[in-house]
Write a protein that binds this ligand. Structure first.
Ligand code: BES
Ligand code: MN
Ligand code: ZN
Length: 481
């Protein structure tokens, strides 16, 4: 899809609020539709009249003017994109007004994002692909003097959406075709060209780092684990470095604490955290953000075999802390324990955000709307919340009072890897907190939000790409957004 900042396009798109009574062109048709309540101007409502005579028009509803949010624009333009695809429209023109005191850059960002969102489809495994006519040219008639800003905002949005789509593709890929080695290769292939240095460590090197917790989880699989370090130095003069740590279970069977069939069905998505950091690194590096960001992934499969780790095992970790394995299905926190320790001690990151499809408990608590968060630093938590707000990817902070620690103390080891049935999302997050070494840290539990069982607004069924946009806005200075 190409955006042109000038008048043009085959089909005119006219936005209308519920209150709008007349439009400049096509007013006869507009008044007729409004009077008959055929088109009311509800948010996301689309009425199209496509004709061969060059007077094609599409009305797009935006709801009540007072209530207009950037999310309304994203959703409405997503609906528009879908309708245009159905009508096989390849080129549109619209004029973008300044809506009250709303930011003009963010308005254009939301419009372009909504249109781009409508073009995602994971159909590589369909033998009969739906014929698709995609929107190719979008002519935006923008407020004068805003060209430079709008141009840069749209470029940024396109690259961020490429990152989101990359993440979705990785998460949707079945585990038979995407295992640690493949994930690592994807990181190399997609990130090296945009200026990210990607290092991949195998079994021997991981052993040398003494990542015993990570290696214990990986033991049951015939696929070699990979530890992936992706470094982007956008500001080499600065010592600051943000670490993004993503859970990378390319498959989670539960291990000997085997999952029931229903729970196991979509566990190829248990690497959504790692896919998110790869997508975010793509967005960050291709936009050439002046920031230093390192992304870290401990990738493996959680399987059963004669050599798999067992319940009751007491394992070590890179940090030196010992962990009693009460449930082999609580594997994510074990892999992350070593990845987080690495981020804080070897990388010496001064801020860490981890992303993980960590607990079913988080899905029970927050569903697929909010990502759950646990933090040891309120400033970083605030920055993440602001970034999430900009992205339209809601995050809800959960408490982490010291008292919860009782739940995952072990009688024979330093910690145990489960905290029982109560406060499951909290104890999992707080287990991770034990391995960040007091580095300012936020944990995002994306178990409910990264992979969804039905489409929601512009998020498709399956991999949603959440929270790639949040990570991008976080890496970019909050003030610069
Ligand atoms: N990958 C799962 C969590 C999950 C559940 C992600 C549903 C997406 C959807 C994780 O490894 C897991 O199995 N967690 C256990 C922890 C428990 C054994 C303490 C869970 O949530 O049941
Ligand atoms: Mn598990
Ligand atoms: Zn898991």
């Amino acid at each position: 899809m190409k955006f042109h900042l000038k008048k043009g396009g085959d089909v005119k798109v006219l936005m209308s609020f519920k209150e709008t009574e007349s439009v400049e062109k096509f007013n006869d048709l507009f008044s007729f539709l409004k009077n008959k309540e055929i088109f009311k101007g509800d948010a996301g409502e689309v009425y199209s009249q496509i004709s061969h005579e060059g007077d094609s028009v599409v009305f797009l509803g935006l709801g009540e003017e007072e209530k207009l949010e950037y999310e309304t624009l994203r959703k409405s333009f997503f609906s528009l994109g879908n309708e245009l695809q159905k009508k096989k429209v390849k080129s549109i023109g619209l004029s973008v007004p300044k809506f009250g005191d709303r930011c003009y850059g963010k308005t254009n960002k939301a419009i372009s994002e909504g249109l781009l969102q409508s073009q995602y489809d994971f159909d590589k495994y369909k033998s009969e692909k739906k014929p698709k006519v995609l929107l190719e040219d979008v002519y935006l008639d923008i407020v004068s003097g805003e060209d430079e800003k709008v141009e840069s905002v749209i470029k940024e949005t396109q690259m961020v959406m490429d990152g989101v789509f990359l993440t979705r593709n990785l998460v949707n890929e079945p585990a038979m075709n995407l295992y640690p080695e493949v994930l690592a290769k994807e990181a190399v292939d997609k990130l090296t060209p945009v200026g990210v240095d990607v290092k991949v460590l195998g079994q021997k090197e991981i052993e040398n780092l003494r990542m015993e917790a990570f290696l214990s989880v990986a033991r049951g699989s015939s696929k070699e684990p990979k530890f992936i370090i992706m470094t982007y130095m956008g500001n080499p003069d600065s010592k600051e470095k943000l670490a993004l740590v993503g859970k990378g279970l390319t498959y989670d069977s539960g291990g000997y604490s085997l999952k029931p069939a229903a729970g196991m069905a979509t566990m190829h998505s248990d690497m959504a955290g790692s896919a998110s950091v790869i997508g975010a690194m793509y967005a960050i590096a291709s936009n050439k953000l002046k920031k230093n960001v390192v992304a870290i992934v401990a990738a493996c499969e959680n399987m059963v075999s004669g050599d798999a780790y067992k319940t009751g095992d007491i394992i070590g970790s890179m940090s030196g802390k010992t962990i009693e394995v009460e449930n082999t299905d609580a594997e994510g926190r074990l892999t992350l324990a070593d990845a987080l320790w690495y981020a804080s001690t070897v990388e010496k990151a001064d801020k860490i955000v981890d992303l993980a499809t960590l607990t079913g408990a988080c899905v029970v608590a927050l569903g697929s709307v909010n990502t759950g968060a646990i933090a040891n630093d309120e400033k970083l938590m605030k920055d993440v919340s602001i970034a999430a707000g900009l992205a339209g990817e809601p995050v809800w902070q959960l408490p982490n009072n010291e008292d919860y620690k009782e739940l995952f103390k072990s009688h024979f080891a330093d910690l145990k890897n489960t905290g029982g049935r109560s406060a499951g999302a909290i104890t999992a997050g707080m287990f991770l907190q034990e391995f960040v070494n007091d580095t300012p840290w936020v944990h995002l539990d994306i178990a409910g939000t990264a992979f969804i069982d039905k489409a929601a607004g512009y998020l498709p069924k399956g991999a949603s790409g959440v929270p790639v946009k949040t990570l991008f806005y976080l890496a970019k200075d909050i003030e610069q957004n």
